[in-house]
Design a binder for this molecule. Structure first.
Ligand SMILES: [Zn+2]
Length: 386
């Protein structure tokens, strides 16, 4: 079944405003030897989509994509998605159309509570509206690089879900992937990298997210656009981002997601390395491009000295060690004093923290902010100099 034939079958008239034409209701798939009910039996799901589509359009137009006027009305179809996607997937999607994009949303939900179902519907609608804005910014030549943009298209859409519905829970689902797999490259993940977009928006302003698409030239890739808007090379941005990423509840660290920290903890860490017991022990590791590894270090007293040998003389890795404090009000983690490890001419990174009288907790983050150098190997040694 094509989208056109589906739209012809969905009962008319659609719900219609200046912005959206929402087709829904029961339909049949006669002649295609499919059985079962097609449609949406109650209006609450469609009501939730309707409200969220309009809200997302207004918020994104005003705050994120300030210079974009997507062609309207956008046609929206609410139906059993596998009828059009040949049974392969039951995920909402936005397809390019002329003149306007089209949004395809599911007539059912796998959420079992009413609240979760409506939360998910609103989140998915907001996500797809972000894609409508992105598609409105596209120039045909840039389609040649669509694979380079795909991860960021999804990451920004997940960011927009949460921006439009900050109290929603559904949009935080992918935070788990982000927390648990820091060793996966930023541009090899999609939804989980919405956390990078969140950080970027907090550092540089929400409309800077929209500008990534609005100001892109025909042959630009997404990382080049990010660097231009931030005014910094990606290696520097990535280094700041991964350190902030350990402290979700610290208002100075650009995430402000203490509820995520409470529910699911911090980013995955190795360790803890206990000092002085494990002083001088080494750890061999590897890091892909735009990825990081975190190490937790507990030190009974004194200083912590870190040394990272890299196998290559040309240096891709950066590292920082920060003291971990507890926020007295929230119980969340707060960033204390931080030092970046310095690199000598042999590619060895070193730093020593100031000496603490009692016990102290640290996080060491080693990151590879390059765009393409994978599998960078290193040997980490942590000592407690007496
Ligand atoms: Zn998407």
């Amino acid at each position: 079944m094509t989208i056109e034939s589906l739209l012809r079958q969905l009962p008319r008239p659609p719900r219609e405003t200046e912005l959206f034409r929402i087709y829904h209701g029961s339909y049949s798939t006669d002649g295609e030897r499919r059985t079962g009910y097609r449609g949406s039996r109650c209006s609450s799901l469609v009501d939730a989509y309707d409200e969220a589509l309009h809200r997302a359009f207004a918020v994104l137009r005003k705050k994120v994509f300030l210079k974009t006027e997507p062609p309207i009305p956008v046609e929206v179809a609410v139906f059993h998605l596998p009828d059009v996607t040949f049974g392969l997937r039951n995920l909402p999607t936005t397809v390019r159309g002329r003149p306007a994009s089209r949004i395809l949303l599911s007539n059912r939900s796998h959420e079992t509570s009413v609240q979760a179902r409506l939360d998910r519907a609103a989140t998915e609608a907001a996500h797809e509206v972000c894609h409508v804005f992105q598609q409105a910014c596209e120039v045909s030549q840039r389609d040649l690089r669509w694979q380079d943009w795909a991860w960021l298209n999804e990451a920004a859409a997940v960011f927009c879900e949460h921006y439009v519905y900050p109290d929603g829970n559904e949009s935080l689902f992918y935070c788990q992937d982000w927390l648990y797999f820091p060793e996966l490259s930023l541009d090899r993940q999609t939804y989980a990298s919405g956390m990078f977009v969140r950080w970027f928006a907090d550092c540089f302003g929400v409309s800077s997210v929209g500008r990534i698409w609005e100001e892109a030239g025909v042959f630009d890739g997404p990382i080049e656009r990010i660097e231009v808007i931030a005014g910094k090379p990606m290696e520097d941005l990535f280094t700041e981002y991964v350190l902030d990423g350990y402290f979700l509840g610290d208002p100075e660290c650009h995430f402000n997601l203490s509820r995520v920290e409470k529910s699911w903890g911090t980013r995955e860490t190795y360790g803890p390395i206990e000092l002085p017991a494990e002083s001088g022990k080494s750890f061999d590791g590897r890091i892909d491009h735009l990825a990081a590894l975190y190490f937790e270090i507990h030190c009974a007293s004194g200083a912590v000295y870190c040394e990272i040998e890299q196998s290559e003389a040309a240096v891709p890795l950066r590292a920082q060690i920060a003291e971990v404090m507890i926020n007295a009000e929230t119980g969340g983690l707060r960033r204390g004093t931080c030092v970046e490890l310095k690199c000598n001419s042999l590619g060895v990174l070193t730093a020593q923290t100031s000496s603490s009288v009692g016990s102290a907790r640290y996080v060491l983050v080693i990151s590879n902010g390059t765009l393409d150098r994978n599998n960078a190997s290193f040997k980490l040694t942590v000592t407690n100099p007496q």
